[in-house]
Design a protein around this ligand. Structure first.
Ligand SMILES: NS(=O)(=O)c1ccc2o/c(=N\O)[nH]c2c1
Ligand SMILES: [Zn+2]
Length: 233
């Protein structure tokens, strides 16, 4: 009987998404010995709106919080003179603890990775337009490791049981400051890269914070029981 092996995943993304064959594909392994020192880059500055309704959505491969167009700003650092706006933030988890981050640091993976996705409002008129441009997006990456409970993240994690299936969405208006999702020390690595999932467009300036943020084992478990490495269980 002929064995048909269906390969679904990064190796086949190239067929449908030609960008995936590009020269600035993410995620990458950060080889810390090869990272150059920041030189004289201006400080990275952000401001987020706190009191507005947000929705948590299950897009089928993680959970995503939509900012619903409310105002915010990210500027400075490697972003030149452009101002970026937070569109959404989402989380990548592994199927087992200790693996699950998309970026690795000196070959080490973390238990998860938070992405805050911003688009360039100085140059483009919409997220969709910006997502197709080399300087269109800026994503803040936060590495997650098991430790103490993360209270701000818990405002989302506690809603996961209500979005168990792809397409589910729940809206909440509890005040939440995305700045509280970032580590205390804001040292970061930055490189020109791409979306890490299809369409893998090479439009992302990656800004990955060096300091991991702690989440509790229970918060990791809650994420794992609903999203196992790219598919819902
Ligand atoms: N994981 S990631 O690179 O931050 C990212 C951000 C926004 C995205 O939109 C996508 N499809 O519409 N994929 C995607 C990945
Ligand atoms: Zn992501």
């Amino acid at each position: 009987v002929p064995v048909v092996i269906l390969i679904v995943g990064p190796a086949t993304w190239v067929e449908k998404f030609p960008e995936a064959r590009g020269t600035r594909q993410s995620p990458v392994d950060i080889v810390t010995s090869r990272a150059s020192s920041g030189g004289s880059a201006p400080p990275l500055v952000w401001r987020y709106s706190v009191n507005h309704p947000r929705s948590v959505v299950n897009p089928g491969y993680c959970w995503r919080v939509d900012e619903n167009g409310y105002d915010s700003e990210l500027r400075g650092g490697p972003l030149g003179s452009d101002v970026y706006k937070l569109q959404q933030w989402h989380c990548h988890w592994g199927s087992v603890n200790g693996e699950g981050s998309e970026h690795t640091v000196d070959g080490r993976a973390f238990s998860g990775e938070l992405h805050l996705v911003h688009w360039n409002t100085s140059k483009y008129n919409s997220f969709t337009e910006a997502a197709g441009q080399p300087d269109g997006l800026a994503v803040l990456g936060v590495l997650l490791m098991v430790g103490s409970k993360h209270d701000e993240l818990d405002k989302v994690v506690r809603l996961l049981p209500y979005i168990q299936h792809k397409g589910d969405k729940v809206t909440f208006s509890e005040p939440l400051n995305p700045a509280n999702l970032l580590p205390k020390r804001i040292a970061y690595w930055t490189y020109p890269g791409s979306l890490t999932t299809p369409p893998c467009t090479e439009s992302v300036t990656w800004i990955l914070f060096k300091e991991p943020v702690q989440v509790s084992a229970e918060q990791v478990r809650l994420n794992l029981c609903y999203y196992v490495n790219g598919k819902n269980v």
